[in-house]
Design a binder for this molecule. Structure first.
Ligand code: TXA
Ligand code: MG
Length: 315
């Protein structure tokens, strides 16, 4: 059975106890809800893969309280250190070489010699890191391939009965997963666009901004991901018969991401809007208005393209 409990000291104490017992717990972060487990325990990490139905080749992000905890797990170049100094705690994940003495279950990194590290800002996730006293492997708290959860209700839709506890901390402020940048030698590479743009991150480093597309580098960055169950049509200015229209700016719909055209508001509401569109019984498809390809719009369009991509069969 899955219990939902409001974020607070009692919830954190209960969650930390479950973590110490090797069980995964859903917890809010400033980006999306995460499914957290002891990153040092092979059994706990296996339980995360199992609950999500996640393919074993897709590594998890390891969450830490601060840079010193991170540097016991990964090797930081001066660029990586500068980026962490500037953006942590916050929605930036750094992929760095795995420290040879890191006490991380190999399954957490899917056996890679690199590790994805993130220092979250959300008080709920931070309290759990502190109280459990260990680094926490935490992918988004959804079934593999589905839309990321930005509320406790979304977590339940996907994982009810599969995990013991969901900590409800209300809606997530950013609503999009963290930006992932690899700093493993050579120039920094953008692996997943997110709330902080690549330009903002590399400004503080020596690395040159790569030109052109970065391609698929993160093992989990399959073209189809973040998918609703109904087909999704992008760049729509009106609804076709049977479609639920998600508006933005001047395009009004069944729902709007932001009537005023505010990209931060749109990012925060995006996954909730997709969940609602998917749940509507009167429609068989989803259409969404064009979103400008600037600032946060880059990350929003990245998620939308994946949500609209053809699915591999069986997922
Ligand atoms: O905002 C976030 O990052 C959320 C919250 C919960 O922190 N987490 C999240 O985790 O989005 P997840 O597992 O849904 O996405 C992690 C991504 C995957 O695409 C995975 O392939 C990539 O990070 N990743 C993890 N370790 C990696 C590594 N060593 N090298 C390259 N990519 C890696
Ligand atoms: Mg995910």
């Amino acid at each position: 059975m899955t219990r939902v409990t409001q974020l607070g000291p009692a919830a954190i104490a209960e969650a930390a106890q479950l973590i110490r017992e090797g069980l995964p717990v859903a917890v809010p972060t400033e980006t999306v809800y995460g499914l957290a487990a002891d990153a040092g325990s092979a059994e706990a990490v296996a339980a995360v893969y199992r609950a999500k139905g996640r393919p074993p080749g897709n590594p998890l992000i390891v969450h830490v309280l601060d840079r010193s905890q991170a540097e016991a797990i990964g090797r930081f170049s001066s660029d990586a250190r500068a980026a962490a100094e500037q953006w942590w705690p916050g929605p930036l994940t750094l992929v760095v070489p795995l420290h040879p003495e890191a006490r991380i279950a190999p399954a957490a990194t899917a056996g890679l010699t690199t590790v994805a590290l993130r220092c979250p800002a959300h008080p709920g996730m931070r309290a759990l890191l502190e109280s459990s006293g260990r680094p926490l492997a935490a992918p988004s708290a959804n079934r593999s391939g589905a839309i990321s959860p930005t509320s406790a209700a979304h977590v339940l839709q996907g994982l009810r009965g599969r995990i013991p506890l969901v900590i409800d901390g209300g809606p997530c402020a950013f609503g999009l997963e963290s930006t992932i940048v690899a700093m493993t030698g050579g120039p920094p590479r953008l692996l997943r666009p997110g709330p902080i743009t690549f330009g903002e991150i590399v400004q503080g480093t020596d690395g040159a901004v790569p030109s052109g597309s970065e391609g698929i580098e993160a093992p989990g960055q399959f073209p189809s991901h973040y998918a609703p169950s109904k087909p999704l049509r992008l760049g729509a200015t009106d609804a076709r018969p049977g479609e639920w229209l998600i508006g933005f700016g001047a395009v009004l719909g069944n729902d709007s991401l932001s009537p005023s055209g505010d990209l931060a508001e749109a990012a925060a509401l995006l996954f909730g809007a997709l969940h609602r569109a998917d749940a509507s019984r009167e429609t068989v498809g989803i259409a969404i208005a064009p979103i400008p390809e600037t600032g946060l719009g880059i990350a929003i369009n990245d998620r939308l393209r994946r949500a609209a991509a053809p699915r591999p069969s069986g997922d």
